[in-house]
Design a protein around this ligand. Structure first.
Ligand SMILES: [Zn+2]
Length: 150
């Protein structure tokens, strides 16, 4: 762990953590902690270990990422009513492997589909309190989901 990594720091001690185990961690993006314009349904799925990219992760870590992408995206469809859920691995901003897992709402205009989905002005947005409520609902669904395939 590098002391300067914001992802390692968040995982070590943060109320933002929705769920984590020994391999992966889930938290909601909070761009504006004091604002009410945070896109609701913008999760980060990260490895626990500080690795730069998918090429540095173990197969066990990437398998855990895949399982949690499935579980989290299903929870987001259930809780948010998302029409679709994106996962973006970019990794140029922070040297710690992470996916942006973002809901697309049913009425989102075609022009906002894809990486710009959170720029749709009419999208559901909220405060840190709204995010915490959403996190609790997502956590409950994650804990209820069976780990096997259904
Ligand atoms: Zn890190």
């Amino acid at each position: 762990m590098e002391n300067t990594c914001i992802i390692c720091a968040k995982q070590a001690n943060s109320p933002d953590i929705v769920w984590q185990d020994e391999l992966v961690s889930i938290s909601h993006m909070v761009r504006h902690p004091d604002g009410t314009d945070n896109y609701l349904g913008y999760y980060m799925l990260e490895t626990r270990r500080h690795v730069k990219g998918m090429y540095d992760a173990t197969e066990e870590e990437m398998a855990a990422v895949g399982v949690m992408l499935r579980r989290l995206s299903r929870a987001m469809k259930q809780v948010l009513g998302a029409a679709h859920v994106y996962a973006f691995f970019i990794g140029e901003g922070v040297d710690h492997l992470h996916a942006h897992v973002v809901a697309r709402y049913p009425d989102t205009p075609r022009a906002y589909w894809g990486p710009a989905v959170d720029e749709w002005p009419e999208a559901p947005r909220g405060s840190l309190k709204d995010i915490r409520k959403l996190d609790a609902d997502i956590r409950n669904v994650l804990l209820e989901q069976p780990r096997d395939l259904d």
